[in-house]
Each structure stands twice: as C-alpha cells, then as structure tokens.
Design a protein around this ligand. Structure first.
Ligand SMILES: Cc1ncc(COP(=O)(O)O)c(C=O)c1O
Length: 488
C-alpha cells in the first residue's frame, strides 16, 4: 500500500501493469473472491479505512487554485470528516476553522443530510427541470424563499457560487431589457471583490491575479473603490467606523457613464476571499440609497455570508439592507452536494416573466438546476439550521469569537484583526520580498499541528462551522498564537 508522507518528492506513479490490468476480461467469480479476501487483509492494518485514501497517481488531477507541483510533492490529503474535524490521510485529526471552504456551516457529515441524499439517490437520481419538474426542487425553493428578505421570493438554482453570480448578472441585464431600458448594459463591481471564476464574475471582480490572464473580459464594466482602510480602521471590532462615504464612489461612476447605461451594482456585503473586508458602518445603506435613486439594481453576493455566517440567514438581514438579488451557494447544502441559488425580487422576476408573448422568457439554466440530490441536501440543511438554531448560536458566540480574534493584537507579525459574526481575519505583515509566504507557512504548520485555516495573500481567514463550542475557539486561537510566535 502506498502511504503519503510529507517528505515524499515527485508525483505518484500508477503501477506498471495498470493499463494491461484494466484491459483484462472480468475475473471469474472465484478470482474475485480471492482478490476481495486479499484486499480485506490488506485493509486490516489501515488506520483510515476509506477506500480511496491512497491514490496511486497524483499527476492527472489539475488542482484548482493550488501550487500543483508543491502539493504533489507534499500532499496533505483529507480522507474523512465529522462534526468539527477532518481526518488526514496519516490519521491525524484536524480541527476545521474554515468550514471546508466557507461552506460547511452545520459541521461535517451530518447524518440528516447524508440520509436525505442517500434516500433520494435511490429514488430519483436525476430529473430535468427544463419543461418538467420534480417535487424536491420546488420544496427547496420554497424553503429557501422563506429565509430571504421580504420580496426576494423567486429562486433560480445553479450549481456553484460562480454560476450564481453569472446568473444574477444575466437576470439584471434581462430585466433592464424587459422593462424597455435596453441601454442599461453596464455592470459595476468593486476593487478587491471576489465573485467566482466565470467570465461575468471575474469581470466585475477585482482580484487582479484572477483577471489578468484572461484578456478583455466582459465589456462595459467598471469598479467602485474598495472599502479597506487600515490607516483609519485597523483592529476594528465588528463594523469599522470610517468609510461610509466610499459608497459615493457610485455617484462618480454615474456621473462618468450616465445612470441610463448602468444595469446593476454587485458587492459582497462582507468580502471573504479577498481578505475579510467588513463594510464600514452605513456603507451598504448608502449604496442602497444611491442605487434606488438612479434605478440601478443592487446585487448582494452572499455566497459566503448567507446561512448564518454573520448570525442571520443573510447579511442583508443582519445589516438591514435589502438588495434586489442575492447570490448564494456553499452553506445552502452544507456543501454536501454542489448547489447555488439566486434569490430574485418578485418585481424583477415578474418584469421578465411578463415580457413578450407566452413562452420561455429567461433563456438561461443548467442541466443540474435544482438537481434532486442537491435539493434533498438543501431541504435537510435548511431544516438543520432551524432545528438547531445555528444562526442564533452564531450570534450568541459572536462576542466570545470577537474577543478571541482580537486577542491576537500584539502577536508577532499581526498588523490587523477583523471580525463579524463567526468570521475572523488576521492580517500579517508580509515577509520582505516574499509576500504571501509567511501566511502560507502558518497554514502548512497549522495543518500539520491539527488546525485547518485558510489564507489569502497575507491574511488568515477563519470561518468555522457554526456548531463550534467555546473550547474549539480557545484551541483555534491558542494554536494560532503559538504558531505566530514560532514562524519567521
Ligand atoms: C463571494 C463569492 N462569490 C462567489 C464565489 C464562487 O463560488 P464557487 O467557488 O462555488 O464558484 C465565492 C467563493 O468563495 C465567493 O466567496
């Protein structure tokens, strides 16, 4: 059996006779039984008994947003998960302080969700939602609509956050055309924004590295200034006090391009992937007012903020600002099956659906929109959030969490700490000449010592499952303090 060890260099290889073996005719039953016996014996001494914890070859999988060469020389493999923890391939337990990738809000492998998926897979593996339907998609949509701010009760299903963003942008354009404002084609994003990786998302997004290789992107896009202002707001607890006026940047773009050319503005209420940027007090309200004044749609990208991350079903609810569309994914199914969604205001929906003669009005959709397994997972997940009161739990823990985040003020390398809900951002001073490497060292060391964090640039971003206890918070920040003291 091949076991990974961190010192191993180079890619894994398939066994020499692999191709010949898979080309063989199926083995006789007796052969199969013998092989099964041998396999069982081999598995007996495994510490982790997942069937696929030791792939023979790491070369084929081109990993997303990963230094592939480094990973394949130093694989850190996760093979099982439960509650607040992962199990690594070498058997060590890893406390998950990132909810997978901001997505496992209810903790790992929750039996209710697993069972809902299992049962659905045996009953209706797939059913199209183009001109047909199946009950689970409708139920999931109704349940989700109930969690959305009032009026945003039309749900379009996608399979990811990136698809949700591109769907929302297309709906915004379709709406403007349907109401006779076809000249409103301009989309406004914001610097430092992350809206996934599809062409719409990277066009309105503001992370330079994600945009630069991909040529001209969508035309007619502009960007607001970002709100990150450490000079005035460093070590803010909760919402920073300074920066509401940065919303006025939209007035600048209106003056520059003309309101009659602008379809929509998209922002993350709290920006996660770009380093935990919390909106200044009053900023989102002001943005809403300016959008309303100029009849521009406001889209909140809530792919990370929805489903309790900020203590409410949505950041819109938490901050008391209602956009026209909300994009979601991640926590919608607790990440057990990929699914995203866009919640759309009834007005926007009815304008599109009421346009033109009978027939299809929105020419958009995915084969897997409202997939049965994803719908089942969503229903079970949304139930769990309610029955366990997880959004309320996030609010209850918020102060304790904030204290822990800010306890790192004064720790070696730390130049800012930020928090909201159960989100934490700890910004490190970059290593001279080697930006991002200090945070990466913290990440690797933390993993090896049993703690999963996420880093973006030189910022540590934390977003644990909402089921965590105070003792987990103590462990997360105790370990981080220790590692920060130790890394150069
Ligand atoms: C705000 C936001 N939008 C969109 C996305 C993209 O989601 P996905 O990776 O599911 O496509 C992300 C992912 O982190 C996100 O944080």
């Amino acid at each position: 059996m091949l076991h990974f060890c961190r010192e191993q260099q180079g890619h894994k290889r398939l066994p020499r006779n692999f191709v010949q073996r898979i080309a063989q005719p199926p083995p006789l039953v007796a052969d199969r039984a013998r092989r099964q016996k041998r396999r069982t014996a081999r598995n007996k001494d495994r510490r982790v008994t997942q069937a696929n914890d030791t792939p023979n070859d790491l070369a084929a999988f081109w990993m997303p947003f990963t230094d592939n060469a480094y990973f394949k020389a130093h694989p850190r493999m996760l093979v099982a998960a439960e509650g607040m923890h992962y199990t690594a391939a070498d058997g060590h337990s890893v406390l998950d302080a990132t909810g997978g990738l901001w997505c496992v809000n209810a903790g790992h492998c929750r039996p209710q969700i697993v069972e809902a998926i299992r049962q659905t897979a045996g009953r209706v593996d797939f059913a199209p939602t183009f001109q047909l339907g199946h009950p689970l998609a409708f139920e999931a949509a109704s349940r989700l609509a109930m969690l959305m701010p009032q009026g945003l009760d039309k749900i379009f299903f996608t399979n990811s956050g990136s698809e949700s963003v591109d769907t929302a942008l297309k709906i915004a354009l379709a709406y403007q055309k349907a109401r006779g404002q076809a000249g409103r084609t301009r989309l406004i994003g914001r610097e430092r924004a992350y809206h996934g990786v599809n062409f719409g998302g990277i066009s309105v997004g503001g992370i330079v590295g994600n945009r630069r290789p991909y040529a001209t992107l969508l035309p007619g896009v502009d960007h607001l200034r970002h709100t990150h202002d450490p000079a005035r707001n460093a070590f803010s607890r909760g919402l920073p006090q300074h920066g509401a006026e940065l919303a006025d940047d939209l007035e600048r773009l209106v003056a520059l391009h003309g309101a009659e050319t602008i379809a929509a503005v998209i922002v993350e209420p709290v920006a996660g992937s770009t380093g935990v940027l919390i909106p200044p007090v009053g900023y989102l309200q002001r943005l809403r007012e300016i959008c309303t004044k100029h009849d521009i749609l406001l889209i909140f990208d809530e792919v990370i903020t929805a489903f309790g991350r900020v203590g409410k079903a949505t950041a819109a609810e938490r901050f008391g600002v209602t956009p026209d569309l909300i994009t979601m994914a991640k926590g919608l199914t607790n990440a057990a099956v990929p699914m995203g969604a866009v919640a759309v205001s009834r007005h926007v929906h009815d304008t599109i659906e009421g346009s033109g003669p009978d027939g299809i009005h929105l020419f958009h959709g995915y084969t897997y929109s409202g997939h049965p397994l994803a719908s089942a997972a969503a229903i079970a997940t949304l139930d769990l959030y309610v029955t366990e009161g997880l959004f309320e739990k996030a609010i209850e823990l918020e102060d304790y969490w904030a204290d822990a985040v800010h306890s790192l003020k004064g720790a070696r390398h730390v130049i800012d700490c930020r928090n909201i809900g159960l989100i934490g951002g700890i910004e490190l001073e970059p290593r001279p000449g080697a930006p991002t490497m200090r945070a990466m060292d913290v990440f690797r060391r933390a993993f090896d010592e049993g703690l999963l964090i996420r880093t973006t640039g030189d910022i540590i971003a934390l977003s644990p499952p909402l089921i965590l206890e105070k003792s987990h918070i103590d462990r997360i920040f105790g370990k981080l303090a220790e590692i920060l003291a130790a890394v150069d």
